[in-house]
Design a protein around this ligand. Sequence first.
Ligand code: TRP
Length: 465
Amino acid sequence: MANDKNKQSLLQKENQRSSFSGKLGYVLAVAGSAVGLGNIWRFPYLAAKYGGGIFLLVYLILMLTFGYALIVSETALGRMTKRSPVGAFGIFGKGVPYLLGGWINAVIPMLIVPYYSVIGGWVVKYLFEYLQGNTAVLAEDNYFSGFIANSVQAELWFLLFGLIVIIVLFAGVKQGVERVAKVMMPLLVILAVFVAVYSVTRPGAWEGVKYFLIPNFDNFSWMTVVAAMGQMFYSLSIAMGILYTYGSYINKDVDIENSTKQVEIFDTAIAMLAGLMIIPAVFAFSGGDPDTLKAGPSLMFITIPKVFASMGFGTGAGILFFLLVLLAALTSAISLAESGVSTFEDQFGLSRHKSALLMGAVIVIFGSASALGFGVLDFISLLGMSVLDIFDFLTNSLMMPLAALSTCILVTRVVGLDKITKEIEQSSRFKRKKMYCIFMRYLAPVCIVIILFSSIANVMGWIAM
Ligand code: TRP
């Protein structure tokens, strides 16, 4: 009897331990895929461009409602079906709508990773220049625009980053890279805090802090909402089927609600830190120049070098910063490409090497177009967007809302909210169930349709936003 009890408590302990490490492992994996260039490069430039505090407010609201509901749905669908998106949609039905729903989720990462690698290439270039001590040169006005307009340079640095990604996929050393990156991430956070404090305390920077943190409704436009929604998908790695795949790996003991909350907090904290590093620096070094604020994808590469050039140990800080950002970018690019590779393997029955080659070709072709879009291909533009911006807009503002819509429809019309909430309740009491159901059923689809329509209307020039 006593023996039995002992055994039982031992078992319980074991269960608790394994479930704890399972949960923590899951949160770390998702957080690891969430933190990347999206937080450090993309969030600050969008916040600067689309109204500062008002962008931040819209972003936070969307993340806590919409983002939350979608992460929970995707993870639960993955855990329920044990499949990635194309397979998961296929389980619930055959026919064109299911194929479209699955494939739109699966194609998005393949379109993101090429231009992601272009930005990755910029990071490698800056790391290289800091290693040579060219700290002052990098901070010169127009240095960055000169660099990306030089087609040979832009293409070569992109190819270097793209090649690293492809080689890692080929060699199957993804886990190794991820382990290194995970150890380095806390270092990135510490360095970011340090740089943010330095930025915020520069003379004139306070205006920037206010611009970033205090919502000003005069700066609101529909594009604020479109951009914030796209950024939310991008930064949290949702609306592209990734979380179906992650969800398919977890057990019933992982509390989906709680882990979602932790990932959101972590991801947003890092994005806000990056905002505090970069936006106040724009005000300190360029007096809040509207042109710089609207610099778009180049903002990080214009502002951060000015910060480093003005401080002691700037070269060391530059090396460390770009090295850490490079690691974060590499792990994200590898996971994005990996998702493409496994789609090719599963759906076309290709071998791993053939799939990796195919993914490599996609990266080189679309990535080159994006890299050259500031140089020899600069005649291609849509609404003032370069090729890179077009890819970014296409995936984040058009395709991801459609992917999110397909998940909403799958959950509410096909699987049923009942079944999904039961899946979530297997691991915990579903505290925000009411909000979740209302959101999935009404608010999310309506918001998506309005936003999609307005961004298309904007591109077509029917309305000015
Ligand atoms: N969230 C990542 C970032 O902020 C980018 C990203 C989107 C990603 N989808 C992903 C990374 C899937 C890994 C896997 O940069």
